[in-house]
Design a protein around this ligand. Structure first.
Ligand SMILES: Nc1nc2c(ncn2[C@@H]2O[C@H](COP(=O)(O)OP(=O)(O)O)[C@@H](O)[C@H]2O)c(=O)[nH]1
Ligand SMILES: [Mg+2]
Length: 197
């Protein structure tokens, strides 16, 4: 059964809001990033991974992963008094990709998370995001056990155009994750955002 944990978020006084979608393959850290940035208890729609996923979901890189997102993650974060971000995490498995179209509707941008151990999976995700036509950037989630490459090597491996923002982050770390989001928004909007503590 889907277990949605949420609290009634405090009302926002921000005058501007933006919807941001976190996309990526299975196990790249989408749910982790939404949880680390959200200032309200994030809504999670995760299910326990069961034997039914054997041979379907690839758990080799994330053996500690015991749940998987079946609809979306949702969190909220104020960048400053004026701007609030509503952050949606997509489910990773290919069988849920049809949902991405509605999840990205009205989104300011998509942050595609990648793991250097699964760059091949990222191609399919990037194709889909391109197809959806939403502005996007890419962040490499730096897993401890994953091989490190220079950012420009990753740009080449993913065949990213020069104008696609590409950065690195640690999805478990709030400041690192927020910095990735803010850098992307700044890049796309050419505005300068000051994150308030
Ligand atoms: N070492 C490390 N583990 C991470 C990181 N981000 C996520 N994880 C772990 O990797 C697993 C998959 O993360 P999850 O957020 O569920 O991936 P999702 O499928 O993209 O939502 C979980 O066990 C996380 O705790 C990271 O930056 N470093
Ligand atoms: Mg997830």
């Amino acid at each position: 059964m889907v277990s949605a944990q949420s609290s009634d978020p405090a009302p926002t006084t921000a005058t501007r809001s933006a919807k941001i979608v976190i996309a990526g393959g299975f196990g790249v850290g989408k749910t982790t990033l939404v949880e680390s940035v959200s200032e309200v208890e994030p809504l999670r729609m995760d299910e326990q991974i069961t034997e039914a996923s054997t041979g379907v979901d690839d758990l080799r890189r994330t053996p500690a992963k015991s749940t998987t997102t079946v609809a979306m993650d949702f969190g909220r974060v104020h960048i400053n008094d004026d701007l609030v971000l509503y952050v949606f995490g997509t489910p990773g498995q290919a069988r849920w990709r049809w949902l991405w179209k509605s999840l990205t509707e009205g989104a300011l941008c998509v942050l595609v998370l990648v793991d250097t151990r699964s760059l091949d999976d990222s191609h399919a995700v990037l194709d889909l995001v391109e197809e959806l036509g939403v502005p996007y950037g890419v962040a490499v989630n730096l897993f401890d056990a994953a091989p490190r490459y220079a950012v420009e090597e990753i740009r080449r491996a993913l065949a990213l155009a020069d104008d696609v923002p590409l950065t690195e982050c640690d999805a478990r770390d709030r400041v690192s994750s927020l910095t990735a989001l803010i850098d992307l928004i700044e890049h796309l909007s050419s505005s300068h955002l000051e994150l308030q503590p």
